[in-house]
Design a protein around this ligand. Structure first.
Ligand code: AMP
Length: 287
């Protein structure tokens, strides 16, 4: 495994391999790698000849009052995991290399970046779109792998890749969960023991919503109520604040009043100072 820090060396490596007909898969991460990231890496290894994992805690996607300083950093464990998984390049650009002085571009994916996570975290998706466009420009992957855990992000990146003809196909990989349903996240280590016990309530709310959709109920409001009720009736409720629970069109993320076919249930909660997000894709039964 090579560790590459310079953007020009990364681009040169990719150019050489692509000329030889080697297909390149990119797995963008912010590090503190866990089994969710590992699943993305394994999927990339199955689909591509060479795999690049980028590790960059992107300051532009954190708001001024968010947890950039507290975001977990596990450099050497991350690099061990990558080596064990047999990746080809660990791309570790510094902030100064990604955003040198004079950097003046911000990428906005209209519409998709204004709802849900974008509303609660203004500027977040501009930061994501800008860094992903830059990483794709440097690495020039054939395929790039994203987790369903961050569903809105994955949709937005797909739009970005298509709109700006970035040339990479975006592959969406299923959410990896703990045994109790909590979606793996680098932020989970920031939960206290009591908060960790409360955390599965988000997945439980989504499951309750899924059961209502599967029962053939067509009202978006009824599904939302079932999700909200799960949180308020849980023993964990006092420590949990809901940012949103929503029933949406899985392509546009517009909230749905009437359900027909595929929907995505989106949720975000705060437990203490930690924000958790999750989602489920569900299909309502045919009449
Ligand atoms: P992050 O390091 O949190 O920015 O995540 C890097 C990539 O890993 C993103 O595409 C995430 O959606 C994906 N990811 C994070 N957690 C999970 C998970 N539990 N299951 C699957 N993919 C995940």
């Amino acid at each position: 495994m090579r560790i590459i820090r310079s953007l020009s060396a990364m681009a040169a490596w990719s150019r050489t391999l692509r000329r030889q007909g080697v297909t390149i898969g990119l797995v963008p991460t912010m590090g503190a790698l866990h089994a969710g990231h590992r699943a993305l890496i394994r999927r990339a290894r199955l689909s591509c000849d060479a795999v690049v994992v980028s590790l960059f805690v992107n300051p532009r996607q954190f708001g001024p009052r968010e947890d950039l300083a507290r975001y977990p950093r596990r450099g050497s464990a991350d690099s061990r995991l990558c080596r064990r998984e047999g990746i080809d390049v660990l791309f570790l650009p510094s902030r100064a290399r990604m955003y040198p002085s004079g950097f003046g571009t911000s990428v906005t994916v209209e519409a998709l970046s204004r709802r849900w996570e974008g509303k609660v975290r203004p500027g977040h998706f501009e930061g994501v779109a800008t860094v992903v466009a830059k990483l794709m420009g440097v690495v020039q992957p054939d395929l790039a792998f994203f987790g369903q855990k961050d569903f809105q992000q994955a949709l937005l990146v797909r739009r970005l890749a298509e709109d700006l003809s970035l040339g990479a196909r975006i592959v969406l990989c299923p959410t990896v969960r703990e045994a109790d349903g909590l979606a793996l996240s680098s932020r989970n280590v920031l939960l206290t023991k009591a908060q960790r016990r409360a955390a599965p309530v988000l997945f439980q709310a989504l499951q309750a919503g899924r059961a209502v959709v599967r029962a053939g109920i067509r009202s978006g409001a009824a599904v939302r109520r079932a999700m909200a009720r799960t949180v308020t009736s849980s023993a964990a409720v006092r420590g949990v604040r809901v940012d949103y629970l929503a029933v949406c069109d899985p392509d546009t993320l517009e909230p749905l009043r009437r359900i027909a076919g595929r929907v995505v249930l989106l949720g975000a909660v705060r437990i203490g100072r930690v924000r958790l997000i999750d989602n489920l894709l569900v299909r309502s039964p045919r009449r």
